[in-house]
Design a binder for this molecule. Structure first.
Ligand code: QV4
Ligand code: CA
Length: 513
């Protein structure tokens, strides 16, 4: 029996909360930031499933405060009022419909769980919430949960302001208020039970896992206590005994007492060094160059691959919130961004999340984007606009839909094709021209130098003609973009000029003629 369990563990069949619970050979998820549930349901059916996406991270589905100054910022959704499924993205019935329809086409739903706190202390009292539930921040009263003054940390926080003042003090970070947000007393079994009840409600609807917002601000042991109360996933879509996937938002860029590794017992952690460093390398800041990416991953001081959730940018650092700073690449820097996402999806390290954003009127004053608060595209009554699809398959209504960009979508497919294959055949020119393969299934090559590239390198692939999936793809047994000829010895010639629309080429066995 023990031997059997060991074998099962070795085969990766029971890695519990670390396993994203995606369909086999669906290896990435996409964050559809601020999308409505009805749009996500359609996207699962018409785009995500056919293109091999494994799942969707959705914005917080629970009732939040309505903020009118500024006018409906995106961040109001990080200020919970209750655990009713009722937001600008839709109501509970729409949420249920989305979960079922996505699961039915093999696309999983991951919920952004905001459970460290309720709304800001200055929220006031009234029914200015997305479902009209009454609350009173002065009394710390949230009757729709219900939570009362007893359920918040307050007394456990020892800073003068009641705020987190020093990230060098782990007690403050966990027991004081983050940006004035009323901090829940997660050491109380009652609070843990309410959180578990909320998450179990979602699990029973069919969600596959959770992003734990602000996990750094919760004690790992408190998180474990509410996770231990969670149900197994719904057997309508998951096999018996499946645990929810857990990834915790812990910003660990080094130099603080709180580290990502303290949270490994609960699940994966977000590896924020990943996007910060990759952006620095591609921008060639701090003397970095792509040749140094040879030992990308743990070699760069990142958490172990099987504990990492990785991304180039997220909803915070794409607009200067959270961590990462100026090096973070986003859709605003499209050419470098596509290279970064391409590199991430080709590289075996971590479980990958693709960002999908909305456009906002970015405006810098003294180096800060004064419009960083802008909420999703919305109508005059505040309702979120639909994601419309243009004839060329891009999105309308100011939805950026990076996940639909050909280069990014095709690299999501690339990652699925090379799943399980080793990192192999690294090549570099000592500067910013680099290449690597994934066993004998795929190969990618970049030219981020200021001069043209013309090289013969070992791809590790079987001989034949391959379609580059960056400049085009394989359609009706022909290539719509560049072609690459791999000879009998596995070598191929690659030419990438500095004026190329995208200075990288990727080929894989499913795009072979
Ligand atoms: C303001 C003042 C405070 C004051 C308070 C008084 O700034 O000094 O104490 O009023 O009530 C918003 C406003 C912020 C405001 C606060 C409370 O920006 O000015 O405080 O609301 O009303 C998002 C946004 C925050 C936003 C928050 C809640 O990024 O700006 O705060 O939502 O609406 C750290 C954490 C990490 C966090 C990251 C941003 O370690 O966990 O900062 N990331 C996650 C989410 C993020 C979210 C939160 C956590 C909070 O990814 O989107 O913050 O849930 O690095
Ligand atoms: Ca806390």
């Amino acid at each position: 029996m023990q031997v059997l369990l060991l074998l099962l563990a070795a085969a990766g069949l029971c890695w519990g909360q670390y396993n994203p619970n995606t369909f086999p050979k669906r290896t990435s998820i996409v964050h559809l930031f601020e999308w409505r549930w009805q749009d996500i349901a359609q996207e699962c059916e018409r785009y995500l499933a056919p293109n091999g996406f494994g799942g969707v991270q959705v914005s917080p589905p629970n009732e939040n405060i309505v903020i009118t100054s500024p006018n409906r910022p995106w961040w109001e959704r990080y200020q919970p009022i209750s655990y009713k499924i009722c937001t600008r993205s839709g109501n509970e019935q729409e949420f249920r419909d989305m979960v079922a329809r996505c699961n039915n086409v093999g696309v999983r739903i991951y919920v952004d769980a905001v459970v460290n706190h309720m709304c800001g202390a200055a929220g006031g009292s009234g029914t200015h919430s997305t479902c009209g539930s009454y609350f009173n921040t002065g009394k710390e009263d949230f009757p729709a949960v219900p939570y009362s003054g007893w359920d918040f940390n307050d007394g456990k926080c020892h800073t003068g302001s009641g705020e987190i003042e020093n990230y060098g003090d782990a007690n403050q970070v966990r027991n004081c208020r983050l940006s004035g947000l009323l901090d829940l007393a997660l050491d109380k079994d009652y609070v843990r039970s309410k959180i578990a009840e909320y998450m179990n409600n979602l699990i029973d609807m069919g969600v596959a896992g959770f992003r734990l917002d602000a996990a750094k601000h919760m004690w790992p042991g408190d998180i474990k206590a509410f996770l231990d109360k969670l149900h197994n996933l719904n057997t309508q879509w998951f096999s018996e005994g499946t645990r929810p996937f857990i990834y915790q938002e812990v910003i660990d860029l080094g130099g603080e007492p709180i580290t990502g590794s303290q949270y490994f017992g609960n699940g994966r952690v977000t590896e924020f060094k990943y996007g910060a460093k990759l952006g620095t390398v591609l921008r060639k800041w701090d003397g970095e160059k792509m040749a140094y990416l040879k030992n990308w991953g743990e070699g760069w001081g990142f958490v172990p691959s099987d504990r990492a959730l990785v991304f180039v940018d997220n909803h915070d650092n794409q607009r200067g919130h959270g961590a990462g700073g100026a090096s973070i690449l986003t859709f605003w820097d499209a050419r470098l961004y596509k290279m970064a996402v391409g590199f991430m999806l080709a590289h075996p390290y971590g479980f990958t999340r693709v960002m999908s954003s909305f456009r906002w009127p970015r405006r810098f004053e003294n180096g800060k984007d004064v419009n960083d608060w802008y909420g999703p595209p919305s109508n005059s009554d505040g309702s979120t606009k639909a994601v419309t699809i243009n004839p060329d398959t891009t999105c309308g209504n100011d939805w950026v839909c990076e996940h639909r960009w050909r280069q990014i979508r095709n690299m999501v497919i690339f990652r699925n094709v090379v799943d399980g294959e080793p990192f192999s055949n690294w090549w570099d020119n000592g500067s910013n021209q680099v290449a690597f393969g994934r066993g004998n299934k795929g190969f990618i090559i970049f030219n981020n130098d200021d001069w043209n590239m013309n090289v013969n390198v070992q791809t590790g692939l079987p001989s034949g003609t391959y379609c580059d999936v960056i400049s085009g793809q394989k359609e009706n047994n022909r290539c719509t973009g560049k072609q690459v000829f791999v000879s009998g010895d596995g070598k191929a010639n690659f030419q990438i000029n500095t004026d190329a629309e995208d200075p990288f080429i990727a080929i894989h066995v499913d795009a072979k003629l």
